[in-house]
Design a protein around this ligand. Sequence first.
Ligand code: AMP
Length: 629
Amino acid sequence: MTYQHCYDRSIADPAAFWADQARDLAWFRQPTQTLSEGPDGTHQWFADGCLNTCYLALDHQIEQGRGEQIALIYDSPVTATQQTFTYNQLRDEVARLAGLLRELGVKQGDGVIIYMPMVPQAAMAMLACARIGAVHSVVFGGFAANELALRIDDARPALVLTASCGLEFDRVIAYKPLVDRALQLAQHQPRKVLVLQRPQARAELLEGRDLDWHSALAGAQPVAPVELAAADPLYIMYTSGTTGKPKGIVRENGGNAVALRFTLRHIYGMQAGDVWWGISDVGWVVGHSLIVYGPLMNGCTTVFYEGKPIRTPDAGAYWRVVEQYKVNGLFCAPTAMRAIRKEDPEGQLLRQYDLSSLRQLFLAGEKLDSSTHHWLETASGKAVHDHWWQTETGWPVTAPCVGLEGSGVRPGSSNRAVPGYHVQVVDDDGHLLGPNQQGSIVIALPLPPGCSQTLWGDHPRYLQAYLRTYPGYYHTGDGGYLDDDGFVYIMGRTDDVINVSGHRLSTGEMEDLVACHPAVAECAVVGVHDEIKGQVPLALVVLKDGESIAEHALQSELVARVREQIGALACFNQVRLVKRLPKTRSGKILRAVLRKIADHQPYTAPSTLDDPAVLLEIENVLASLARAG
Ligand code: AMP
């Protein structure tokens, strides 16, 4: 199958294309209707199909003869644990846990909050919910109590599943007090809280409400997967919106199963029996699509890693895992690779490991700057691919499809649209723009299967946030352009575009140039207010370990570089060294906060910030800038 053939067909006749993709899925009832449109512009895929995601991920794989294949490898350097589960073992664990959930009164359609670290029981909990048609919402273990409370009030769970603690490098983080606090703050109360006790910190159980995971499970009876409609929700994944209330992205069972089958096979080139490593956390969309559901529904072995890129024990940790489990393909975020590079710039640790099993590396979550891209490709000797997607889509929008012939790769871009996604660029008035013209990136409707079609309990907000800005299109919120050959260049969120003397400029483009400097580990470019020009860019730079270049020397080199590459119109004149950049726990630089600080506007430190102290340093740097100005 060629990429071009697939792509053209998926756009010309989406229903026929996806009906073909759906045909060999092990449905309980094959859909006869592939695509229907609602009056509000949303779409329904496979309306009359029936299936069960947990069945597809476990029971069906066993029926295909994979019962004794390893389904999940738990590798936890933070607890010195390595454990494997075959498909048979995982199915048995999940079926019993599903039985327990049902005994505890969880019914089909009920919400279940999972607030757990990267322990295999978190994956089991997700699959157990899927087995009985409960709708799980995994909340990233690092979220504070008030964020958890917001999600509890929105998802209204019948049950909360948690663990006594999570582990960070050498630090133990007690989870249970956070759950207790969240339940004090929340209006909604779950019937029970199921607590997995970990030996590193045992939790106090509240009589009558809290249950010990293992004792409760001891008497539970296994249950079979239930038959669900394609449109029945599989999970809710909360993501930040423009207001304080998180958006509950809803993923449907049917579309998700078809999309992830396509994703693993044709984008990542994975076959049943391959070892796949989605390096993320179950608390993010990658954890759903690429740690749990995608690899298991495709008969792969999934690596489930409770560790970090560095300090567990060193920057060779990822390569150790690749060698040990003969990983064939992996996904990771650029921020992790930058952390590894900072500590192992010459790739000395990397070279100690045998990476021969690894076919390629896929990176996403933020722009893959060309400097990190080049370093990783050179150090690993492997193909490194940038690709772009969002929580809302659940699977890649642009990517090289390594499982399809002739999909092509263009370093520097996040590659071409994946079959199913008609990616286009519009100006502020919604007019289509041509190649190489920068604007808002949109996807012509219908969105392919798997993309969210609603927000939990707030359909009007979905329509407003995604479909109303540019009628007929899904609004991605990202800016960028397509080149003459359809390769997509994501330049950052549309609000990261700065306007210098009337010129629209991408901070992402400047960041790329700054990051290529050999002394630079990481950087963020923000627009700061300028009396004459409106905005001018400022680069905040973190140096690599051991680098001692003076700020003014770095500044003159970078100014020359940006002037040469973008031009004097960028007015790029200011570079400041900082020790760290403010980031979310998932590693995204908090640009909106940086922008507010730069503009001397009031801001509230988001609860997703990993270390609030880091903002003080930035404030001081910007204050000194203002004084100097
Ligand atoms: P999330 O839903 O948290 O995964 O964030 C999705 C957003 O991350 C996108 O809308 C982009 O702004 C950004 N993003 C993800 N992947 C890339 C990429 N490969 N290049 C640039 N930005 C990306």
